[in-house]
Design a protein around this ligand. Structure first.
Ligand SMILES: Nc1ncnc2c1ncn2[C@@H]1O[C@H](COP(=O)(O)OP(=O)(O)OP(=O)(O)O)[C@@H](O)[C@H]1O
Ligand SMILES: [Mg+2]
Length: 400
């Protein structure tokens, strides 16, 4: 684990954390020069360039922020992934971003667009889980005047708005089946029609998609179209969880501390080495988002020594957080760290119980069990395997 250095929020901070330079990418790529006054990583001069980053410099604050955040990818895992991200950016194909919640998939999507030949055109993000599906259809594809009650005028959708640019479909696993078909169409030949419209329109967009869900399971359970899955999954980028790139914790702490100290008018805010060391010992089930919130709390409560901010944070089940198990599997505490996870956990337990009961009733006749449970035979087989159900360990069928 990287030794934690003290981090100050004024003066040359970033130079205090020493990391080797980013590997040079293959090919003839322009080097990255930071000209907006924010120091580069690693910051102490020699070998400090973030090679290969073709994002135009100093254009706007959003681009500047993206460059800084990409600059924090200093762990071996993220450096390796950076090569893949750049390669993916250079070819005009669909990319599927995977990884746990809070790992930075949004930043990767923006980085791909910013490093691609489409960077001068719009980057349009749509969260597929945030809008009900009937509204989402018009959000994505637009609608003609009079298409439905309240459609007083023609409205173009996100795909048209992103013409020549990139559409980022976040939480793609939540996309309604009716829209999955329409998306497949647009991915196949760029054609679509607005809601209530007959004309086939064409757009030139690149699609990026992200999910923190198990899409393979959704395909097996027939909730997600297999053909769409293959269309989206041309290149897959798997974001590692923060516990597998703990070298980045001191850099992230410094970055968030600087950002939120400025936002909350805290002036100089020094985080002592001991606190950074403690922050580098936790397993972060919520990944970077969780670390960000902890630092935010430290600043708001003016608590650089982690006295008032509960740390390690209490898991939602009441247990204290586990120390970081770098590279290891998530702990039970991690699995129960969010309400979403608890709901998923409970649903799976209930499902396992119901499947086990029906299998026992049918004497492990899987065809009959699938009929009773009203799922496909294939989905049942998958679930049996996934739940680790086994006829030798299940109670036998009742005899009455
Ligand atoms: N390299 C980074 N530098 C600075 N902030 C980061 C970095 N990576 C992630 N973050 C911050 O962590 C938070 C979570 O990141 P992001 O929204 O990209 O996660 P995600 O993988 O899309 O998660 P979800 O699956 O929940 O949508 C954001 O506030 C983001 O700004
Ligand atoms: Mg996201």
């Amino acid at each position: 684990m990287t030794e934690a250095n003290p981090l100050r929020l004024q003066g040359p901070i970033l130079g205090e954390t020493a990391f080797p330079a980013f590997p040079s990418p293959p090919g003839n790529i322009a080097e990255f020069h930071d000209d907006d006054g924010f120091q580069q990583y690693p910051g102490n001069g020699s070998g400090s360039r973030l090679a290969g980053l073709e994002i135009p410099t100093g254009l706007d604050s959003e681009t500047a922020r993206l460059r800084r955040e990409i600059g924090l990818w200093q762990s071996p895992k993220m450096r390796e992934l950076w090569g893949t991200i750049q390669q993916a950016a250079r070819v005009d194909i669909t990319v599927l971003l995977r990884g746990e919640t809070g790992t930075g998939k949004d930043i990767v999507a923006r980085a791909i667009h910013a490093c691609s030949s489409r960077r001068a055109a719009p980057f349009v993000k749509v969260n597929c889980a945030a809008v009900p599906h009937d509204l989402l259809e018009s959000e994505l594809f637009g609608h003609e005047r009079g298409a439905f009650t309240g459609a007083h005028q023609l409205r173009i959708g996100k795909f048209e708005a992103a013409n020549r640019g990139t559409v980022f479909l976040d939480e793609i696993g939540e996309l309604h089946p009716a829209l999955q078909a329409k998306l497949l169409h647009i991915l196949q030949d760029g054609s679509f029609s607005r809601v209530g419209g007959k004309a086939a329109l064409r757009v030139d967009v690149r699609v990026l998609a992200a999910t923190n869900r198990n899409l393979e399971r959704a395909v097996a359970e027939e909730r997600f179209r297999q053909d769409l899955y293959y269309r989206l999954n041309v290149i897959q980028i798997m974001m590692p969880p923060l516990r597998e790139r703990m070298e980045e914790v001191p850099l992230l702490v410094e970055y968030f501390a600087r950002r939120y100290a400025a936002q909350y008018n805290r002036g100089e805010f020094t985080i002592p080495a001991a606190s950074v060391g403690r922050l580098a010992q936790y397993h972060y089930p919520g990944n970077i988002r969780e670390l960000e919130n902890i630092v935010k709390r430290m600043i708001v409560l003016d608590d650089p020594n982690l006295v008032r901010v509960p740390f390690p944070p209490q898991s939602i089940d009441g247990s204290a957080g586990q120390p970081a198990a770098v590279g290891g599997p998530p702990t039970v505490g991690a699995a129960l760290a969010s309400l979403k996870d608890i709901a998923r956990h409970a649903a799976r337990a209930a499902e396992r119980e119901a499947i086990g009961r029906v299998l026992t009733q049918t004497g492990w006749n899987r065809v009959r069990a699938a009929k009773i449970l009203r799922i496909s035979y294939r989905a049942l087989l998958y679930k049996i395997k996934d739940a680790g159900l086994d006829p030798t360990t299940q109670p036998s069928a009742p005899t009455h």
